[in-house]
Design a protein. Structure first.
Length: 640
């Protein structure tokens, strides 16, 4: 039994050993077989993104992949989905975020057998769909629209209604725009956003702004006042004149005014305004900020020039009673009116005539009359009562005629203070009042801008003398004229001119001497003839003949022959002052001896040439001095 057990213990290991060896051999065989069969596959089978636009292109030969993603994909954070060979691995790992900003990106695929393959992955963005605004057109446009990458700016005419514009818009092919082309859009609140959508559904915002040209008009288009009789517009001088019935309260008028589109006016239309002190200034401001000043005059109807209350003194042509015309220096018009203002309606042949306006015997106001027919304010802001007005033509016939159409005032009254005495003054430029005013008038005269600018018939010695003697005056004088010889190439002499209505035209119709019969006639001639002629018997004879001619017109007048205020008084025996005294003595003695005792001669102040520099004429002060001497002489003979 013991031997049997020993045998078993020896036999069993012997039997087990081959089995164990066999199993080891089988295991070793299997293990070697497994090592031989590991895969070396490391392909990328597919590669995709959620953002891709089409399938990836996998180039197995060159181990690279090309894939296109949407135009708006974020290349820095794409998450690829990758399919690779079985049992292989990939880095970066499928499903993880990868930065493709800088293509290509290297993906490494590791096979089962640990071998690797690098794949280059190129990611490209698909081109974005075109979404441009190509044209933008409005019916109201003043110029082509300016289109940029994201804006449109258009300019429209001032009358455009920004709340109701209908733009016609074209965009890129295949694109659409919202709001739609042709739809009505409100641009009044500023730029409007339009969205252009491309064929790939990409969008782009455009801000479209409309600039309306601001109105530049700053005109008053119409003026009306309740109860008005008529309205006259002077657009050149920006004046509206409204005629209203007599008796209207000027202090409480509310004009209704229309102005240029977009403009404003101050005072406002419909606002109550006081017009009793004269015209009122209105400011019209255009929409673009430019401003213009307009004047509104409220007046009574024109009282025509033929009104019987108007007095005319001088050589006036009444062939058209409603438009009397005159050219001679010193012609004046006198009237009385009621109310706080007075305007005159005058036409000038040119723009070089001056007039003096005297209200209530106060200091004269000088007005340069413009060419053409205009209304001039003669007085405003007066006390509400009766007033007098005198209008005198300062400039002489050579400057041209004035035509008077009448007064604009509340009413005219009869003139009750017309002097009964009358004086007529014959002469040359001195009697015209030539070149006497100082300052700017002399400047205009000396630089040939207006040779007549410094003339002032109203302040000439003749007019001054007449007013001092409470007499009417009439000035029959022409610059440069002589008795036998005129200066400056003039052909006319006083005997050729004295009887004409227009002193500047010896061929004009003749003057009716019955219309003005003077008590006193003064003659101041010889300055232009010169001392040699004045000293001659021919001059004396011509002078006597002229006196006799005037005597035929004015049988009862006293005639005063005057030395020339400009005559020189040098020591020379031929100086004009000396020879003129001698000739006048001979002339007066001759007519007195012939039986005409109402002819005298007067020695006036001489060497008077302190008017405009270089013009050699008496100044205003020298005319006053001359007038004082002449006044004394006339008083002595006439007992005035």
């Amino acid at each position: 039994m013991k031997t049997k057990n020993i045998f078993k213990s020896i036999l069993i290991p012997i039997l087990i050993l081959p089995v164990v060896l066999f199993l080891l051999i089988i295991y070793s065989f299997i293990s070697c077989k497994k090592e031989i069969s590991k895969s070396n596959a490391k392909e990328i089978i597919s590669f995709s993104f959620t953002e891709q636009t089409d399938s990836a292109t996998i180039d197995k030969a060159n181990k690279q992949i090309n894939i296109t993603v949407k135009y708006n994909a974020n290349l820095s954070g794409l998450i690829p989905k990758i399919v690779i060979s079985s049992k292989a691995t990939c880095s970066p790992v499928s499903g993880t975020k990868v930065d493709f900003t800088n293509s290509p990106v290297i993906f490494t695929v590791t096979a089962e057998d640990k071998s690797t393959q690098q794949w280059k992955v190129y990611v490209n963005k698909k081109a974005e769909g075109e979404k441009k605004i190509l044209t933008f057109v409005l019916n109201e446009q003043s110029a082509p629209a300016v289109i940029t990458d994201s804006t449109v700016q258009a300019t429209v005419v001032p009358s455009s209604d920004l709340t109701k514009l209908k733009p016609v818009i074209t965009v890129s092919s295949g694109a659409k725009i919202n709001p739609l082309s042709g739809s009505e859009i409100d641009f009044s609140k500023g730029p409007v956003k339009f969205v252009v959508t491309a064929s790939d559904s990409s969008t782009k915002n455009f801000m479209i702004g409309i600039n309306r040209i601001l109105y530049s008009g700053n005109n008053i288009l119409s003026v009306s006042i309740t109860g008005q009789i008529g309205v006259a517009e002077d657009s050149v001088n920006k004046i509206f004149s409204v005629s209203i019935p007599n008796g209207t309260d000027f202090t409480k008028l509310a004009p209704t005014i229309t102005v240029s589109p977009g403009a404003t006016i101050s005072p406002a239309s419909g606002q109550t305004v006081d017009f009793s002190q004269g015209p009122v200034t209105y400011t019209v401001t255009a929409e673009n900020g430019s401003a213009a000043t307009w004047t509104i005059k409220v007046t009574f109807p024109l009282i025509g020039a033929s009104n019987s209350n108007i007095q005319y003194i001088g050589r006036v042509d009444f062939s058209k009673p409603t438009a009397p015309k005159f050219s001679a220096p010193g012609v004046y018009i006198k009237a009385r009116f009621t109310g706080t203002f007075c305007s005159i309606d005058v036409n000038d042949e040119n723009n070089m005539n001056y007039i003096e306006v005297i209200i209530d015997d106060q200091a004269p106001v000088r007005i340069l009359v413009k060419s053409g027919r205009h209304t001039y304010s003669a007085a405003s802001g007066l006390s509400n009562g009766e007033h007098s007005i005198l209008i005198c033509k300062d400039t002489e016939a050579g400057v041209g005629s004035l035509t008077f159409y009448g007064f604009i005032c509340e009413a005219l009254l009869p003139v009750t203070d017309m002097p009964a005495r009358k004086i007529e003054c014959y002469g040359n430029s001195i009697t015209c009042g030539a070149k006497m005013l100082s300052g700017t008038p002399c400047t205009l005269t000396n630089n040939n801008t207006n040779w007549n600018a410094a003339n002032c018939a109203y302040l000439s010695y003749g007019a001054l003398t007449a007013r001092a003697l409470n007499a009417q005056w009439q000035i029959t004088a022409v610059s440069g004229i002589g008795l036998i010889q005129s200066c400056c190439g003039m052909l006319n002499k006083m005997p050729d001119t004295y009887d004409r209505l227009d002193l500047n035209n010896s061929n004009s119709v003749k003057w009716d001497f019955t219309r003005y019969v003077p008590d006193v006639v003064t003659i101041c001639l010889g300055q232009n003839d010169g001392s040699t002629i004045v000293a001659s018997q021919a001059f004396i004879n011509k002078y006597v003949a002229f006196i006799n001619t005037l005597r035929g017109k004015y049988p009862d007048a006293s005639i005063f022959c005057l030395t020339s205020p400009m005559a020189d008084s040098s020591s020379s025996s031929t100086c004009l002052f000396k020879v003129m005294q001698a000739s006048l003595t001979s002339i007066v003695d001759s007519v007195n001896s012939a039986g005409d005792s109402k002819v005298y001669w007067v020695k006036l102040p001489h060497d008077q040439n302190n008017g405009c520099t270089g013009q050699g004429h008496p100044s205003e002060a020298e005319h006053l001095k001359t007038a004082a001497v002449l006044e004394t002489a006339i008083r002595a003979k006439m007992s005035w």
